[in-house]
Design a protein around this ligand. Structure first.
Ligand SMILES: *Cc1c(COP(=O)(O)O)cnc(C)c1O
Length: 467
């Protein structure tokens, strides 16, 4: 399998290079040159597989010959051994709604499904090809801890995660700063999330620094993350359909950066019998407006909502969808992105919009509606939704046969839960005792210079230690 850039500016690369590159060198996103087609006989056979076996089958055509099957199997087994549920991503039912629980990993959010795999994949590729990787990222909450848990204790990898000091929830902060492995470096910067994000962007744009210090990214644009997330769409379909290819299933997907829902789109393009993919957004509704109007228009500001992981203006994976919507016409993608850059807006042709509407439904859900959904589901079934999941359940409405993706454990967002039902959700073991544990974190000014010299000093000391 070869990978191309959505912007058409790179020679085709294999899976390993696509993973290590993260963002394509022309600024675009990496996409597979073609989408493997899964026939109905294969679907039927896959429907009985355990999650790990299914992951091996779904990933194999995308990985190609680059990783031997036994090695890929070992990577997958190691990645999902850290999950607390034997099914990894079980489907449960609450108040007549099917819930695909994606939060049984070490940090209790769905990002573990992809980042546990990506961490092991990085480690194995570095062990095989040599070299080392220094991951740098900014987080407003969930991604940082999932990335840290993905690579903690791993050889040849250091991870530096910037978070805005005092502006992530106490649980989220502790999930990061209580990880004491020597390769984990938490940096609290005295500024906002945007400051932290801009510092990271500046470091990656400093190409000499980036290559001298072998900086790598773990944000949701890495192809391996999409690939790992595609697996649970197949898994949920198998549990529900019993392998009957005539059985179509719809999914409601709480959406921020369009990574999760793009994975669902990929599954559909591979031949999984998906009826509707419902994009569920909060008040930050750029994607919902796009589906309804064909115009992707950046609003004035990012609103803070009860579902903070979806408080996003520009969905970083959206470019991948644009690429497939335009049948790989990279010149057209470049023109659309230039419009977006210049005017904050891009618009697709009406005949394309008809295709968008056949691919997706989209619903924006307000904070009061989110709380009302948590309350209603709890009253009817005793099941507690996290606010992101509640956005998806609300968006599904009374449509039949929808699987709602549960993207976080409710105990991570107990403020919203308490506002809805008057009490907290009980924490799973991974979230217990965090406030009592030892922490390690450096505090820095929110400037590129401060972070750069911190990286230089830390990595310089490590290199010295090796000599
Ligand atoms: C990241 C995240 C989302 C949004 O996922 P995208 O892939 O960015 O669309 C939704 N819910 C939770 C809890 C998350 O952490």
């Amino acid at each position: 399998m070869h990978y191309l850039s959505t912007r058409g500016g790179i020679a085709p690369v294999g899976f390993t290079d696509a993973v290590m590159m993260g963002l394509a060198t022309d600024g675009g996103l990496l996409v597979p040159a073609d989408i493997p087609q899964i026939d109905t006989g294969t679907l039927r056979a896959w429907s009985g597989l355990r999650f790990q076996e299914l992951a091996l089958e779904v990933m194999t055509p995308f990985v190609g010959e680059e990783i031997p099957r036994a090695d890929l199997r070992a990577l997958i087994d190691a990645s999902y051994a850290t999950f607390s549920h034997p099914e990894v991503t079980p489907v449960v039912e609450a108040d007549g709604v099917r819930i695909l629980e994606l939060f049984h990993g070490p940090t209790a959010a769905f990002k573990d499904v992809a980042l546990q795999f990506l961490g092991n994949l990085f480690e194995s590729l570095l062990a095989r090809d040599g070299g080392s990787l220094n991951i740098v990222g900014a987080t407003s909450g969930d991604t940082g801890s999932a990335a840290i848990y993905g690579v903690r204790g791993k050889q040849r990898i250091q991870i530096f995660i910037l978070h805005p000091k005092g502006r992530v929830s106490p649980i989220q902060e502790r999930q990061m700063t209580t990880v004491l492995d020597a390769n984990v470096h938490n940096l609290a910067v005295r500024g906002t999330f945007d400051d932290a994000q801009n510092i990271v962007k500046a470091l990656f744009n400093d190409l000499p620094f980036k290559s001298a210090y072998r900086l790598g990214a773990v944000n949701s644009i890495n192809w391996a993350r999409i690939l790992a997330q595609t697996v649970y769409y197949f898994y949920a379909w198998g549990r529900i359909s019993g392998g009957d290819p005539a059985r179509r299933v719809s999914f409601a997907v709480p959406t921020g950066n369009f990574g999760d829902v793009f994975a669902g789109y990929l599954a559909k393009r591979m031949g999984l019998p998906i009826d509707r993919l419902i994009i569920a957004t909060n008040r930050n509704d750029i994607l919902t407006r796009f589906v309804h109007t064909g115009a992707y228009a950046v609003g004035d500001e990012v609103y803070q909502t009860l579902s903070p992981a979806m408080d996003i203006q520009i969905a970083s994976n959206f470019e991948r969808y644009l690429y497939f919507l335009h049948d790989g016409d990279t010149a057209r993608i470049r023109a659309l992105l230039a419009d977006l850059q210049a005017t904050g807006r891009l618009e697709i042709e009406p005949e394309r919009q008809a295709r968008v509407r056949s691919d997706f439904d989209a619903v924006a859900v307000s904070d009061p509606e989110t709380l009302e959904q948590i309350r209603a589901t709890h009253a009817a079934s005793g099941y507690i939704l996290c606010p992101h999941t509640a956005v998806g359940v609300r968006a599904a409405g009374d449509r039949d046969g929808v699987v709602c993706l549960a993207t976080a454990h409710p105990a991570k967002f107990n403020e919203a839960v308490t506002a809805a039902i008057g009490r907290e959700a009980a924490a799973p073991p991974s979230l217990r005792g965090l406030m009592e544990k030892e922490v390690r974190c450096a505090e820095l000014e929110a400037t590129v210079g401060a972070v750069k010299s911190h990286l230089e000093v830390t990595l310089g000391a490590l290199a010295g230690g090796d000599a």
